[in-house]
Design a protein around this ligand. Structure first.
Ligand code: ZN
Length: 70
């Protein structure tokens, strides 16, 4: 008879791989250099989840968690 704990362990690692792959993809997207649509500077970064702002002209935009709409 197989132990229940071993099957659970296998399931956990499979879930971990999927999550790690997803994370690296979103992280790369997050670290991409973006240009501010207002002043065209590269100081345009994500301020919080869903909020993107430019530190140069204080332009703020609502977007997705890891990407902007435009
Ligand atoms: Zn700007």
């Amino acid at each position: 008879m197989a132990k229940k704990s071993s099957s659970l362990k296998g399931l956990g690692s499979r879930y971990g791989i999927k999550l790690r792959k997803q994370y690296s993809q979103t992280y790369r997207l997050l670290k991409l250099r973006r240009r501010c649509p207002e002043c065209n500077s590269i100081k345009f970064k994500r301020e919080a989840i869903g909020i993107w702002s430019c530190s140069k002209c204080k332009f703020k935009i609502a977007g997705y968690a890891y990407d902007i709409k435009i």
